[in-house]
Design a protein around this ligand. Structure first.
Ligand code: NAD
Length: 255
């Protein structure tokens, strides 16, 4: 990845940060986008930088076209290209906290918020990434969907539909851009240990991990960040894999 440009949304925490560190270790120019103010993510940015390469940070709400368009204009004018993109920013069923709600309990605002960040955010970022990658006739995009976008979990609100949308967007973008040598794939993680999203979930139900491992995940263990990182790096470098959804879920999708 020496000198290549990698854009990562939600790159200051959890899965995004773990991928950013791996890219930095591979001497990439890492560009992180997140909704947080720089002061809040400075520690993470410095940590990623300590592994090598270079790191830039742009505050950006991925659900706002005005924000996304402005930030991508800055990225292109600074680096002139985008080689890899990891569209990973996302929120849980109730925005920040995990509050389990059925479809009839969901408010219009909750539905809109989750769809706007998780699905529209991926479309908007891809729109600007693809415009640049088409000019280059080369590029590799990985979107973060979820096992929840393949197998619907009752009372997960709009989360499942939003991630099913990410899988659909991935397939559509892969088809529309194959003639430009652009690969578009997505990952579908099951529950991954140690991210804010999964911590919020286990703070609502402390027994959740035990229940998942005993009854839901065939391999009987939670996923870890390094397993997700390996899958993203594999898809980044794929030359003949596009439109794929890669499950990192201990076999949940076949149960
Ligand atoms: P996380 O909360 O650490 O990461 C989410 C990131 O998205 C944060 O950095 C946050 O600042 C950013 N973000 C949120 N809203 C944004 C917005 N409007 N604009 C820009 N950035 C925004 O949790 P994570 O687990 O690392 O989640 C990363 C992705 O992985 C999410 O899409 C999530 O749905 C998905 N996922 C996580 C798990 C899991 O078990 N952790 C499982 C399946 C899928």
């Amino acid at each position: 990845m020496n000198g290549k440009v990698v854009v990562i949304t939600g790159g200051s925490t959890g899965i995004g940060k773990a991928v950013a560190i791996e890219c930095a270790k591979n001497q990439a120019n890492v560009v992180i986008l997140s909704i947080e103010d720089y002061e809040k993510v400075e520690g993470a940015v410095r940590e990623i930088e300590s592994y090598g390469g270079s790191v830039s940070y742009y505050k950006c709400d991925v659900s706002s076209e005005e924000n996304v368009s402005e930030v991508f204009t800055k990225i292109i004018s600074k680096y002139g290209r985008i080689d890899y993109a990891f569209n990973n920013a996302g929120i849980g069923p109730d925005g920040v906290r995990m509050q389990y709600k059925s479809l009839i309990e969901l408010s219009e605002g909750e539905w809109d918020k989750v769809l706007e960040v998780n699905m529209k955010g991926v479309w908007l970022c891809m729109k600007y990434e693809l415009m640049q990658m088409r000019k280059q006739k080369d590029g590799s995009i990985v979107n973060t969907a979820s096992i929840g976008g393949y197998k619907m979990a009752p009372e997960f609100g709009a989360y499942g539909p939003s991630k099913a949308g990410v899988i659909a967007l991935t397939e559509l973008a892969a088809l529309e851009n194959s003639e430009y040598n652009i690969k578009v794939n997505c990952i579908c993680p099951g529950p991954i240990k140690g991210t804010e999203l999964s911590k919020n979930s286990s703070s609502v139900n402390p027994d959740e991990e035990k229940i998942l491992c005993e009854h839901v995940i065939p391999l009987k263990k939670m996923g870890v960040l390094s397993e997700v990182v390996n899958s993203v790096m594999f898809l980044f470098e794929s030359t003949h894999t596009t439109g794929q959804k890669l499950f990192i879920d201990g076999g949940m999708h076949i149960k």
